[in-house]
Design a protein around this ligand. Structure first.
Ligand SMILES: [Zn+2]
Ligand SMILES: [Zn+2]
Length: 264
């Protein structure tokens, strides 16, 4: 299984997962035109998307999910309460995410294999309810994708612990947010229990999820105004050192360009 972040941040989120013959997109928060450019940069043909999984209904995640599903014929997997959202209404095929249940994602035309890509959703606190994090499993390898979380919730660790690759939100530095340009209401929202993980909170969640299998940590959904890559990396590396996991590679996901295609 390979995972490649195509875009990450409040300007739009999208991540490509390729597992055997099956291709999954997590979120489609850019415009269709911008998504096309990212697919091109990733040397991937959009026609080959078989499944799209939606974390939540905010536009920076859901924007083109319906139109892309229509264009590609992909099945859109989402929580039932999002099925009437405007951004998904064009999707020809929808399936309800079953929280806490690993669901195989088959290739639409090939016979099922003994080792399918499995998707499992877990509810996390955020002000678009419901919002989920994903665990992906293929041939014994695990990836976890978790962004847009208002506060650390140790209870999620059961479902998401010890992935080989972890994509985790490190959104903001509280001091930069406090002094920064956002209006007061937005500052409160971002820092609040329905907002986003600060660097320290991201590190705390890392402590809940990281185990001996972790080889790559991708810091995601960084705020362009209220964070720096260095602050996020410092917080992550300090926690990894505390956990005795210094060998883990730390990567920062970009808003404006596609990341490396990483083997999970
Ligand atoms: Zn977001
Ligand atoms: Zn959100």
């Amino acid at each position: 299984m390979h995972l490649q972040v195509l875009s990450s941040g409040s300007g739009g989120n999208c991540t490509l997962v390729r597992a055997g013959e099956v291709n999954l997109l997590i979120d489609a928060g850019l415009t269709l035109k911008e998504l096309e450019l990212r697919f091109e940069a990733a040397r991937f043909c959009a026609r080959n998307i078989h499944h799209i999984a939606l974390t939540h209904g905010h536009l920076d995640h859901a924007r083109s999910s319906g139109s892309l599903a229509k264009r590609t014929g992909a099945i859109l997997h989402l929580c039932e309460r999002l099925m009437r959202n405007k951004s998904v209404e064009q999707a020809p095929k929808m399936e309800t995410l079953r929280i806490g249940t690993a669901t195989p994602l088959p290739h639409p035309e090939l016979p099922p294999t003994g080792d399918p890509l499995e998707l499992c959703a877990t509810l996390i606190p955020h002000d678009a309810v419901p919002t989920v994090a994903f665990r992906l499993e293929h041939k014994g390898r695990r990836a976890v994708y978790l962004t847009d979380m208002g506060e650390p919730a140790p209870a999620i660790a059961g479902a998401l612990r010890d992935p080989h690759l972890l994509v985790l939100e490190f959104n903001h530095d509280p001091e930069m947010l406090r002094k920064g340009p956002y209006p007061i209401n937005l500052k409160k929202r971002v820092a609040g229990r329905g907002g986003h993980l600060s660097n320290d909170q991201g590190a705390e969640v890392l402590g809940h999820l990281a185990g001996p299998n972790l080889h790559t940590l991708i810091l995601a959904h960084l705020s362009l105004k209220n964070n720096t890559r260095q602050l996020a990396v410092d917080a992550a590396e300090a926690k990894l050192a505390e956990l005795g996991l210094e060998g883990v590679e730390v990567i920062v996901a970009d808003q404006d360009q596609v990341g490396r295609n990483i083997e999970v």
